[in-house]
Design a protein around this ligand. Sequence first.
Ligand SMILES: [Zn+2]
Ligand SMILES: [Zn+2]
Length: 241
Amino acid sequence: MKLLKNSLTQLRRDIAGFCVLCDQAADGGRICGQCRRILPWNDTFCECCGQAVIAGQPPGVVCVGCQSLPPPFEKARSPFIYDFPVDAVIKAIKFRRQLWYVPAFADILRRTLTREFAQVDALVPVPLHRWRQMTRGFNQATELCRPLHQATGLPILMQVTRIRATSAQTGLNTAERKRNLNNAFAVSGKLKSRHPLIVDDVITTGETCSQLAKELLRSGAKTVSVLTVARAACNRPQDRL
Ligand SMILES: [Zn+2]
Ligand SMILES: [Zn+2]
C-alpha cells in the first residue's frame, strides 16, 4: 500500500470512487475493499472507554480501569487502533495538511456515530488553543466534524475554547497529562446541548476528553460521549483484560 506520492494521485483522492490509500477503484467509496481488510480496526474494546482489550472478550466487557474509576463521559468509541496506516494518515492530515483524507475517515465515523450514538444532539470538536490553531491553520477535529454535520444535521458547537496553551501531551504519563490539562477548557454562554459528542482524531489516556467532558457537564450537559478516529494504546497495560 502506498501513501501519497505525487500530485496526480492527490487529484484523484478528492473524488469519491478512488481509494485514498492505494488509488485503485473503490466502488463509489473512499477506501477500497482490499485496504479495508488490512486496516487496524478496533474490534474488541471496553464498552465504556473504548480502548482495545484482548481479543475473544465477550461484547460489553468493561476494562479494569473503567471498573475502578469510570470516566466522566458515558462512552468513547474509535473505529481504529492508532496503528499503520491510520497513524500515518492522521499525521499527514495534522502536520502536512493533507485534508483529502478527512472525508474517508468521516464516512467511517458517520457509521460509528449512527450505530452507537443515537441520542447525541451536537458535535463538539476538541478545541486547539488559538496559538496552535494559528500555527496549524486549521483544527483537525473541526474538519472531521464538518462532513459529520453534513451527513447527520447535528450542529457543530464552537462555544468551547481551550483557554490554556497546554504543552503537547505526547510523552507525558497520566498524572502529568492531568496536571497539564487542569482548567484547560471553557464553555462560553449557555451550552446548547444536553448530550454533546466530543470529536477528535486520536484518544490516548482519555485525559483530554475527560477534562472537556467535565467542563461540558459543569455547563449543563446531562451526558457526554466521545468519538475519535483512532485509539492509541494507553500506558496502563494493567488495565487491559
Ligand atoms: Zn485501497
Ligand atoms: Zn475502559
